[in-house]
Write a protein that binds this ligand. Structure first.
Ligand code: NAD
Ligand code: MG
Length: 389
């Protein structure tokens, strides 16, 4: 029996992962659950259904409400950001699925790696912030980092059985988001509802906005750089509106290996949880004769400034990706709150990068401090009316 701890259990990835775990009751069980705590009823329900040994919630008041909702014997309850770190480190689990959104995942994910637990990684923002530190810690502890992001799961599968030295390029596919065909001049006036209408995937709000700005693909370039130890120039983004080819690897002899499938995060989640084995999945299957045509385009870095900014911070290195990630999180939240224009997301990130001094990244503590400072700066920009709709 594999015991799974889920960080971000109430999110889009977390709930899909719980469905997957429930489908294999003889093989997978829940060890611990963690979430922010904004929906205590849902968390109580998940506890009744999955009987975790422990639950950690970022919101301390939510822990008190959960205690009232659950009669004893109830799971051990942990509170605050430190509670999530304790859960990842101490609850006995064979694998930890890191599926919190954003920088909130940094310390619990690092704690899981440092405790020597296999990690299934959905939380790409933490690899963007601290990829060098996380992959070094994983190497030192011989901890497997198993990608859950669909593109990275695809690349991981295309690399299996091959020699890493023979890789020429990684072809990272992306749908292009809801504004693939929108003229650049029209982007300034798109609404939150427009941006939340993703053409192929149903996901949490933050990553859905990241897909609309194509920052998601930018973050994924950085994620690929760290997960697969490739040079940034080896990662090429290919827009593929059907989201059927989840990514490809080109080898030195010109052979290109691709991984295809329907757009269902259950597939990469299950693969990470059962790796190196595969399990049968009921449900919809890829029928290429129904799909018909698969098309591929170059992305437009002039229209999607976030893609250009992500490349720039990867080249700059050090704390630059930490600043980009923090600025993006604050800007996306401000856009969702209807405080700034869509195009101000990239403008605010550019301002934050210009305002913060470059530095080498040497520790997680420094990463946390730079993240906090970048957030403060971008919040101040937004309060000052920069990027207002
Ligand atoms: P979501 O918004 O649906 O869920 C986020 C989870 O994180 C929830 O459980 C929430 O309680 C928790 N959380 C903890 N701290 C939080 C905070 N400070 N603010 C907000 N939420 C907080 O997100 P999601 O779509 O499940 O994505 C989770 C991660 O997986 C992200 O890093 C995302 O980029 C990545 N990812 C998601 C998908 C997808 O299909 N949804 C695909 C690939 C990668
Ligand atoms: Mg992805």
């Amino acid at each position: 029996m594999k015991r799974v701890t889920l960080l971000g259990a109430t999110g889009s990835i977390g709930l899909r992962a719980l469905e997957v775990v429930q489908s294999y009751p003889d093989e997978l069980a829940v060890a611990g659950l963690a979430a922010r705590g904004s929906n205590v009823e849902l968390i109580a329900d998940l506890c009744r259904r999955h009987s975790p040994a422990a639950v950690a919630l970022i919101d301390p008041d939510a822990v008190d409400r959960l205690a009232k909702a659950l009669p004893s014997p109830r799971p051990e309850l942990l509170r605050g950001p430190q509670g999530l770190v304790t859960l990842a480190r101490e609850v006995d689990a064979d694998i930890v699925l890191s599926a919190l959104v954003g920088a909130a995942g940094l310390l619990p994910t690092m704690a899981g790696i440092q405790a020597g637990r296999a990690m299934a990684l959905a939380n790409k923002e933490t690899l963007v912030m601290a990829g060098s530190l996380m992959t070094a810690a994983a190497r030192d502890g011989r901890v497997p980092l198993l990608p859950v992001d669909s593109e990275h799961s695809a690349i991981f599968q295309c690399l299996a059985g091959h020699n890493g030295r023979d890789v020429q390029r990684i072809l990272l596919t992306g749908s292009g988001g809801p504004f693939r065909e929108t003229p650049k001049a029209a982007l300034a006036t798109v609404t939150v509802d427009d941006a939340l209408r993703h053409p192929t995937w149903k996901m949490g709000p933050k990553i859905t906005i990241d897909s609309a700005t194509m920052m998601n693909k930018g973050l994924e370039i950085i994620e690929a750089r760290w997960l697969f130890d490739v040079d940034p120039e080896q990662v090429q983004v290919v827009v593929h509106p059907q989201s059927i080819v989840h990514s490809m690897v080109e080898y030195v002899d010109g052979a290109v290996i691709a991984q295809l499938g329907v757009a269902d995060m259950g597939i990469p989640i299950l693969y990470a949880l059962t790796y190196p084995e595969r399990r049968p999945v009921p449900g919809s299957r890829l029928d290429l004769t129904k799909v018909g045509a698969l098309t591929f385009f170059e992305p437009d870095p002039d229209k999607f400034a976030c893609l250009r900014l992500a490349r720039a911070v990867l080249d700059a290195g050090g704390v630059a990706p930490v600043v980009l990630n923090a600025a993006n999180e604050i800007a996306v939240a401000a856009f969702l709150d209807k405080r700034i224009r869509f195009t101000a997301i990239a403008e605010l990130i550019e301002r934050a990068l210009a305002a913060m001094p470059p530095a080498a990244l040497t520790s997680i503590e420094q990463c946390v401090a730079v993240d906090a400072e970048a957030r403060r700066r971008v919040e101040a920009f937004v309060d000052a009316g920069i990027g207002r709709r």
